[in-house]
Write a protein that binds this ligand. Sequence first.
Ligand SMILES: [Ca+2]
Ligand SMILES: [Ca+2]
Length: 230
Amino acid sequence: MKTASGFGAALALVAVIAAAPAGAAEVRIATLPGTGWQVTDVAPTAGWTSVGYDTAGWVEPTVLTALEASPGAPLLSPPAGQERAHMVWMGGASPGGTGGPDHIYLRNEFSLGAFALGQALNSLAQMQVDDDFALYVNGNLVYLNADQGFADRIFTLSFGNYLRAGELNVIAIEAVDGQWGSPHDRGLQDVQFDATISSGVVTVPEPASAGLAALGLAGLAGLGRLRRRS
Ligand SMILES: [Ca+2]
Ligand SMILES: [Ca+2]
């Protein structure tokens, strides 16, 4: 079997880039109104983190405008020139982020049909939840936060290896006010999420362990900025 030369590999890379559809540079999935997010406070049945789940009875999240405007609110940084992702929760919560259910489930099912089937993808996401959360991508648990508070912490997460180019995908978030095991009204609550997905033609999908190690380092870097928030 002939070994690919450097030149051959370069030609192969050019072929991969040429196969990518025009306009497929980036897909953004963020907590913005009217972009496919649905929420419920009724514990869903198995499969709710996977594509194709029946979301009958789920509703659009509520945007917490007054909480976003409050002094010191831990807001995410939007991509240049784009609207900032919003703090959301479920109906019943006031715009100031109080009231409403203590335990919610969010989903956003979306197409990555703009990318070629099987293409490697990168993702970079920012996320903030008051208080704790679990993030799933296509049924896979990407990150679990269970520190029972530290709601000002903004996480940087990567999950490109769980995405499926050319197909439907789903991001699912379980969030609790208070703590896992005993969600309770601890004053404020919100979820913010903002991910940019791009083609990953020059990378190999990272193993989950490497991704988690990177998350740990990102978490340590964020410790210095922690403030208590209820
Ligand atoms: Ca937390
Ligand atoms: Ca809280």
